[in-house]
Design a binder for this molecule. Structure first.
Ligand SMILES: C=C(O[C@@H]1C=C(C(=O)O)C=C[C@H]1O)C(=O)O
Length: 376
């Protein structure tokens, strides 16, 4: 019988040969890339790849070998396409996808739009980012905020994307797809809700509670202790505070920030009623200009894929093989297309990085649609 050492020596010999062949294959593939640039051909050739898989697995009955060889070749294809995209980048393809680098985003005198009334969490997030020197305008809906920036009535808009306990704000994702605005910054705001009522109210006098749906969800555990309360959804938390204040009825309560409670002269009946202690909301700053800070470290994209086996695998391989750290992936249905989805990806990196450029060119060429929301 062979000893472990003997077997390992044989493996080493085979690996040496494999590596030589691998190098040779990649060099040829790079040359193929050069021809493709000259001829204006696509890097990905799915028909050729399928033919190749058929060719190399032909005659194998053993399913282990058949699948193993097919998988090995999928990896080889991905790497050889990566090399070819690099040829395209080196020949001057716009790898930054039209984005311009800037030193700073926030500056004095910017016009900033937020959704909701004064004192809303969005207002607070906007002030955290832009400070006291900006001019703030509020609008009623998320869509209004996008339109205001598109039409130049504001330089930036601040919008909530997700909450750490209640999840994503789906409408904002859909609007980012629809409007041609870019994410240029983000703010993570710790969220702490109060239950507030008018001066004559107490926990015992409350019968109806008003707030934004998200805030109601975030305070579920607290609300479950008062099953008789009627829950009413409103546009946002600050509007709920305003409404309760104007109604001046001790039966009404608002779930809102302490700041909104103060702003509308309410009394705090219960503090920190959110179920998760470190509850926070992530807001993004959007602008019409396609800009990114030179020290930006996160990229958000949206991808539409053909409804085919392996299409998501192929896209993700560009992120993985370029060594990028993917921090989020989520999907949302495409409206009017049953069972078709868009994927939203976040990964770490800057548009200047070679690995980011390579991944983006690969994804762009191999998906039905790529939209870069921004680098921030
Ligand atoms: C090398 C090529 O480019 C890509 C990579 C392939 C491979 O590694 O064999 C096959 C098809 C293309 O998607 C080619 O077109 O031949």
């Amino acid at each position: 019988m062979n000893t472990l050492e003997e077997l390992r020596n044989r493996l080493d010999k085979i690996d040496k040969e494999l590596i030589e062949k691998y190098k040779e294959r990649m060099e040829i593939s790079k040359e193929v890339g050069e021809i493709k640039v000259e001829m204006g051909r696509e890097v990905l050739d799915p028909i050729r790849e399928q033919e190749k898989i058929n060719q190399v697995t032909e005659g194998f009955q053993d399913p282990f070998l058949k699948t193993g060889i097919a998988e090995l070749y999928q990896q080889l294809f991905t790497q050889s396409r990566m090399l070819q995209y690099q040829v395209f980048i080196n020949r001057g393809e716009d790898a930054k996808q039209g984005f311009q680098e800037v030193d700073e985003i926030a500056g004095k005198g910017k016009r900033v739009i937020y959704q909701g009334v004064q004192g809303a969490y969005s207002h607070q997030a906007a002030r955290d980012f832009f400070g006291e020197d900006a001019f703030y305008t509020n609008v009623t809906t998320f869509k209004d905020a996008f339109e205001a920036v598109r039409e130049g009535r504001g330089d930036y808009a601040v919008l909530p994307m997700e909450n750490s306990s209640a999840g994503k704000v789906g409408d904002v994702y859909d609007l980012l797809v629809k409007y041609d605005l870019s994410i240029v910054g983000e703010i993570v705001l710790p969220i702490s809700h109060t239950l507030s009522g008018v001066e004559s109210s107490s926990i015992e006098s409350i019968e109806r509670v008003y707030s934004h749906n998200q805030a109601i969800m975030q305070s579920k555990e607290f609300l479950n202790q008062h099953p008789k309360w009627e829950l009413n959804s409103m546009e946002n938390t600050a509007l709920a505070a305003k409404f309760v204040s104007e109604a001046n009825d001790p039966r009404y309560g608002a779930i809102c920030s302490e700041e909104a409670s103060k702003l509308y002269q309410l009394k705090v009946l219960a503090k920190e009623i959110n179920q998760v202690d470190n509850n926070s909301t992530r807001f993004v700053v959007v602008s019409k200009a396609k800009i990114y800070r030179k020290d930006a470290e996160k990229i958000s994209v949206c991808i539409e894929l053909p409804h085919e086996t392996g299409s998501l695998y192929r896209i993700l391989s560009h992120v993985i093989f370029n060594g990028l750290n993917m921090t989020k992936i989520l999907s949302r249905p495409i409206k009017h297309k049953t069972w078709e989805y868009r994927f939203f990806l976040d990964f770490e990196g800057n548009l200047k990085d070679g690995s980011v450029q390579n991944a983006l060119i690969g994804i762009e060429n191999e998906s039905r649609k790529l939209k870069i929301f921004g680098n921030y």
